[in-house]
Design a protein around this ligand. Structure first.
Ligand SMILES: *[C@@H]1O[C@H](CO)[C@@H](O)[C@H](O)[C@H]1NC(C)=O
Length: 415
């Protein structure tokens, strides 16, 4: 079992002492944190890459957005804000001949069900149509078949375009995107929906909204473990065990009566304030391993407890996730109480200090307008680190690698 279980009294002591540390400077500018992020987070990508932005017919982006403004606030909004960012970014070039990267602004997750979720059968058809347009309008796609192109694919399972893992895996990554660089929220090791060379990014969480909920940083952290969200998804998983691979159900069944656990499905008005009063914030997988909770926890200085086996975290080459969060294996959820209460106090304090670093928070946020070191810059850093392109990128004239007719028949329908 590894760790020794601590008595309840020790946990309470942790609550009291840790609360003093919450006063650490929340707004401190570019605090250096010790750890493997040294320097990487502060890289300035300007001058290291040039991006050509394709001008697409409005039906691929603006019209979708005009139809449904929820796309600007939901957790998939990175695809829209990245477009806006690039249009006025210093890395943009209007000369495609000097571009290192080509970007296609297409809002595949902005075609929503009445409940506000991206339609899984439309997204691949929108994307396929956009690629076809790019490939027939400009000569650049055919030179590399997309190997110097990047796409934002913030769907639950990235370019597999489905919220249910089984269906996402059946479809696989859209065949036309197999050579491209995918910038996506989904990340899980050895998964068919994460291809080599992808850049895992944070989901969108509205920075302005979070800012308006900041409370006095000296407020005691009197909640030990905090979580709000679903434990079961009766509508989509009536038999149970499939949603969150059972991990959320296990959190509820084991700890619903435990006084150290403040967990519920009720989303209170004080959700963001409560996170600032908590020591640990649970970040379990849902349908996909990722959720905006991770970003919210970091922004609010609540130590993320990541329960999602094999997750690949955003900008993991720049952010020292091991040092600012706690990882709990899905199978260990029944021992969550003893795992968390046996973490030594100085260990908790160290994680809280690192979490207070402004550079980590900024790296996870898509600011309007952009700020140095924010998520937009981290994406550019990721793209810059992939340069120069390898020899295999450029094809011989007339050489074809991708099969335009591969994939599910339903995805080949025109859009
Ligand atoms: C690129 O190749 C496709 C066939 O794979 C062709 O239909 C298209 O016209 C080519 N694009 C250009 C700009 O020549």
């Amino acid at each position: 079992m590894g760790r020794e279980r601590r008595p309840w009294a020790a946990a309470v002591a942790v609550l009291l002492v840790a609360s003093c540390v919450a006063a650490a400077p929340l707004q401190q500018k570019h605090a250096r944190i010790s750890g493997n992020a040294g320097g990487v987070l502060d890289d300035d990508p300007v001058g290291k890459l040039k991006v050509f932005v394709y001008e697409m017919p409005r039906k691929y982006n603006q019209n979708l957005l005009a139809k449904d403004s929820r796309c600007l606030t939901h957790m998939f909004a990175a695809e829209i804000f990245m477009h806006q960012f690039l249009l006025s970014s210093a890395v943009r070039t209007l000369d495609p001949e000097e571009a290192d990267w080509f970007y296609t602004p297409v809002y595949t997750t902005c075609d929503l069900t009445p409940q506000g979720f991206p339609l899984p059968f439309r997204a691949p058809r929108i994307m396929r149509s956009a690629i076809k347009y790019v490939a027939t309008t400009w000569p650049f796609w055919n030179r590399t078949e997309g190997a110097d192109h990047f796409f934002l694919t913030p769907h639950d399972f990235g370019a597999c375009f489905h919220y249910k893992e089984e269906r996402a895996m059946e479809r696989g990554i859209l065949p036309l995107l197999r050579r491209a660089t995918l910038v996506q929220t989904f990340g899980q090791r050895n998964h068919v929906c994460l291809q080599d060379g992808s850049i895992t990014i944070p989901p969108y969480a509205n920075p302005h909204k979070m800012q308006t909920h900041l409370i006095n940083p000296g407020t005691p952290r009197s909640i030990f473990v905090y979580f709000r969200g679903l434990f079961y998804d009766m509508g989509n998983d009536p038999e149970g065990g499939y949603y969150a691979r059972g991990a959320r159900a296990s959190v509820w069944e084991n700890f619903k009566d435990n006084p150290l656990f403040d967990i519920s499905t009720e989303h209170p008005y004080t959700y963001y304030e409560d996170m600032q009063r908590a020591i640990f914030c649970l970040c379990p997988l849902g349908w996909a391993p990722w959720s905006p909770r991770l970003v919210e926890a970091v922004v609010f200085g609540c130590i993320p407890v990541i329960i999602a086996d094999d997750i690949v975290l955003p900008f993991s080459d720049a952010i020292p996730w091991e040092q600012i969060s706690v990882f709990v294996a899905e199978k260990d959820v029944p021992r969550l109480d003893s795992i968390l209460t046996s973490i030594p106090l100085d260990d908790i304090l160290r994680r809280q200090r690192l979490l207070a670093s402004d550079s980590v928070k900024q790296a996870l946020l898509f600011h309007q307008p952009t700020r140095p070191g924010d998520a937009f810059h981290q994406i550019l850093n990721g793209l810059a680190r992939k340069l120069p392109h390898g020899k295999g990128v450029f094809l011989q004239p007339g050489e074809k690698v991708l099969d335009w007719n591969a994939g599910l028949e339903s995805d080949l329908k025109p859009w």
